[in-house]
Unconditional design. Structure first.
Length: 126
């Protein structure tokens, strides 16, 4: 099976030894996105703004892969404070329609660059 590197200049550039996403067959494995503004490579301020930025970054990578949020089958959410979970659900409702993807929400001690939220996803594109 061939693998294709997916890259979007509308999402933050990779800041390590990884790709924004890899497409294998009709499946796309998206790397974790933190709330970096792709133009400045700086974190946006505030939890809601950070969550929106992460969704926008994921959206840009999904589109670069030829997909959309409708193609996400699995979403992982990493939070430094699980008390923000209700806000994540509210914001997620702006981006997704039923049937919703499978999802995990995981509390973590810290995220890169001091982010409060990070997400990764798996897409299946027909």
């Amino acid at each position: 099976m061939s693998k294709t590197v997916i890259n979007s200049d509308k999402a933050p550039a990779a800041i390590g030894t990884y790709s924004q996403a890899i497409k294998a067959g009709n499946t796309v494995y998206m790397s974790g996105q933190i709330p970096l503004d792709p133009k400045t490579m700086e974190l946006v301020e505030g939890f809601e703004a950070q969550t929106v930025q992460v969704f926008e970054n994921l959206k840009s990578v999904a589109e670069a892969a030829g997909g959309s949020f409708k193609d996400i089958v699995k979403l992982n959410i990493f939070l430094t404070d699980l008390s923000h979970f209700a806000k994540v659900n509210e914001i997620m409702g702006r981006y997704f329609e039923q049937p919703y993807p499978a999802r995990a929400a995981i509390g973590v001690a810290a995220l890169p660059k001091g982010a409060q939220v990070e997400m990764d996803a798996i897409l299946v594109i027909d």
